[in-house]
Ligand binder design. Sequence first.
Ligand code: FRU
Length: 490
Amino acid sequence: MSKNPTPLERVRAFEREQAMKLPAGERPLFHLTPLVGWMNDPNGFCYYKGQYHLFYQYHPFSRQWGPMHWGHAVSDDLVHWTYMPCALAPDTAADAGGCFSGSAVEMPDGQLMLVYTGVQPAGTFRRETQAQCVAVGDGTDFEKSLLNPVVRHAHLPEGYSEFDFRDPKVWRDRDGMYRMVAGNRHEARQGTVVLLESPDGLDWRFVGEIDASSCEYGRMWECPDFFPLDGKQILLVSPQEMHAREEFHAGFGTVCLLGDWDEKDCRFERRAVQPVDHGLNFYAPQTLLAPDGRRIMIGWMDNWETCKEAPRRHPWYAQMSVPRELWVENGRLMQRPAREIEGLWQDTVTHERVTVREEASLPGVQGRLLDMTVTLHTEGSACRRFTLRVARDDEHYVQIRCDLARGELVFDRSRGGSHRDIVHTRHVRAEVRNGALTLRLLLDKESVELFINGGERAVTSLIPTPLSADGITFAADAPVTLSVEAHHLK
Ligand code: FRU
């Protein structure tokens, strides 16, 4: 390291030193954790020069949120990740208060451009402000533009906030223009997503507003993403301060607005609204377009409310969700784990049409590293209530209880080992379709991701349960037939 190291050089030296000390084997098998310290939102998720890149909101020096850096990891298959040196540190006048969330886009000259929110710290008589910055590099080292911030509050018409203006998602269109969506809190319409465009990534112009909460879906829209999918246009946002309504719970939500996009008139015609994920721990998702055309989404597998009370058992805190393939079916956004996960399948156990009633386990179906699909065949059965318990031992379990008559499922981790008085349950629609209900569960040590009916709804949650609790049981209030396909993961 040089005599007068820059803040970024200091972080990178700290990372090298920490990497040698970190205990092996504690991390989840396929969910990305920060190298060390704290992680929140996925940033700059992209496919660049033959590899997937995932940056993340990062505070290397503690397991709590702090001055935001960008951590970085790369992967060939979205399942195995290799750490790269920290990409951005808050070290210029434009971002001294933090390098907040943003995205990455390949430039025509082959360089990678990171676009992020620079937080400018509060001064005398001035609150902290937010504006958008760029840094360009080769995929490892990035140079911040001297023109930062390149998008300021002054770019926006009146009524938009300079204090809540963040999380640029940028892409390059076929006409060669860069386009950016960013979240803002409008004084009348509250959470909004604005669209800007630029010929070079430096010189930006406001185009319009894509959609707004208008008091319905939260007060600030964070981390927007905007992309075409199967003939529709998808707007993803992560609202703060939502009221519970329809299928949405209160607080930090993830919302998919599905509609039609008239680019010429900058008009987004909203057709449907749904939660992106119904679980206790999922926020701020971001997508990329894979070389094979798949739209893949990854989210922060946590939540601002519950993370405060979550145990800090490892030298790192927090993890990303599994990357998920998205598609639209019957007017809904659907999702399933990226198929690359199949590369981890080992020792598959199947049980075809077994009948259960009293709580029972099935031979070979246990563990905390599992990709398991349970299909409930309800035809001809008087069963109204079916209960699946995972991470089970004499003291603990995490329960998924299906109320077949109501078409609802309750995910409940309250017996999963938490000592905290925080929310532990979620109620989710789970309807029997053509005589069957399917539940696909990914278990990766301290997390459960549940996909209902082939990806109609997802429920993502962390579980604090000791890893020795690895039982799985099935029970029903009347005999019911089920099939199980369980892939152990390695
Ligand atoms: C969302 C968020 C973003 C912000 C970042 C800060 O989780 O609040 O809006 O850029 O986290 O770490």
